[in-house]
Ligand binder design. Structure first.
Ligand SMILES: Nc1ncnc2c1ncn2[C@@H]1O[C@H](COP(=O)(O)OP(=O)(O)O)[C@@H](O)[C@H]1O
Ligand SMILES: [Mg+2]
Length: 370
């Protein structure tokens, strides 16, 4: 049982078996390039990728036990009340999404740094649950990973002592600026090292996963900082944790990197397929919205539903730029009658009706939920 705080390896690592890694890394870079090629052909990437970004926030939070689902979060966005016992989870996911947006915007102004990581953590931990988790501050105490409530003596993993932490973090930050390493290998190593350092009281897993697309983007392996691994990591959670543990228990960086690179291959292919289906749905909806409504607002209406797959009638009207309530409501009725959208809540008096684009939610979530 490891009860001594771990002594992290300095980066860059000295002895990787490049001969074994090279073919795998070649495959992963090729798969990632195919995915990125698809991103570059998207007509309206910010809008088309927005449901996938919400889904990543859901899945990354789920790895740590948060129960909220994609449709719950989208419904919450549209103003549908969540049951009391789900609100904390939904708030965590919502924070995650805002934190990602902050990170993406910052990255266009300055390189990835410890100070950026802290400001993103601050936003992630905002609100009721994060209050006592020292938002935005690196830890000054010893922490450990184990069963909930288990004492240090029965920890599975004990991160470095807080005395070593500042220097180890500086080494990690310097490594992020390293242009020589292969981008995917660099992403693999920087994610694991971040988890090993476990610099925050809580939120280390989520911040570490947010960094994955950011590192790839900074290294120009992606043209947008949008590539998500949490679906794979959640489906292989035990192996994910075991591979991290094997780094500090047995020095097995090689095994971790191979696991990570395989995850990139699988997700690049899976994400490519998902983005392709979303793009096809977008093209199809553009045709069908026009056919059904013959309206000058049809294209803007499609964009509104892709930006907000569950949406209040009032927000729909505003987002799609309608000049009157009557025209907007007429269009919603036509679309509903044609079976293209679904009414989630009846409007009454000053309460707005709520509509959804079920197919988009089902594709994003990878199963039929609506
Ligand atoms: N043995 C380990 N060594 C290093 N990191 C680990 C190990 N096991 C799990 N982790 C990482 O720790 C994360 C959980 O840390 P935590 O601070 O609770 O993050 P969050 O609050 O986002 O769940 C996991 O998601 C995983 O990335
Ligand atoms: Mg946690």
């Amino acid at each position: 049982m490891p009860m001594e705080p771990c002594q992290p390896d300095a980066l860059p690592l000295a002895d990787l078996d490049w001969r074994r890694l090279l073919p795998l890394v070649g495959r992963a870079n090729a798969a990632l390039a195919r995915y990125d090629g698809m991103l570059q052909t998207l007509p309206n990437p910010a809008v088309l990728l927005s449901p996938i970004t919400v889904n990543e926030a859901v899945l990354s939070s789920r790895i740590e036990g948060t129960q909220a689902t994609l449709d719950e979060v989208l419904e919450f966005d549209a103003g549908i009340e969540a049951p009391e016992n789900r609100r904390g989870d939904i708030e965590e996911v919502t924070n995650y999404r805002v934190a990602v947006q902050i990170a993406e915007a910052e990255l266009d102004r300055r390189p990835l740094s410890l100070s950026l990581v802290k400001s993103v953590h601050q936003r992630l931990m905002q609100g009721v649950r994060g209050r006592d988790k020292a938002p935005g501050a690196f830890r000054e105490d010893q922490n450990w990973i184990g069963r909930p409530g288990a004492p240090l003596e029965r920890a599975r993993f004990v991160p470095p002592s807080p005395i070593l932490l500042p220097q180890a973090l500086e080494n990690w930050e310097a490594y992020l600026g390293n242009q020589e390493e292969d981008p995917i290998i660099q992403t693999a190593i920087s994610h694991a090292q971040f988890e090993i350092l476990h610099p925050f009281k809580d939120g280390n897993g989520r911040i570490g996963r947010m960094l994955i697309p950011l590192v790839l983007y900074q290294r120009r392996a992606l043209s947008r900082p949008m590539f998500y691994l949490s679906e794979y990591l959640e489906a292989h959670r035990d192996e994910y944790y075991d591979r991290l543990l094997a780094i500090t228990d047995d020095g097995d960086w090689q095994g971790w990197i191979e696991f990570f690179v395989m995850a990139v291959v699988a997700q690049a292919e899976g994400n490519l397929e998902k983005v392709r289906r979303i793009r096809d749905l977008y093209e199809e909806m553009r045709r069908r919205f026009v056919d059904v409504t013959h309206s000058q607002y049809a294209m803007a209406a499609v964009d509104a539903f892709f930006a907000r797959p569950v949406i209040r009638a009032t927000d729909f009207r505003r987002l799609a730029g309608f000049n009157t309530r009557v025209t907007a409501n007429n269009m919603l009725r036509q679309l509903e009658a044609a079976g293209l959208i679904q009414r989630m809540r009846e409007g009454a008096g000053r309460i707005s009706a709520i509509y959804a684009l079920p197919e988009l939610i089902n594709i994003t979530e990878g199963r039929a939920v609506l």
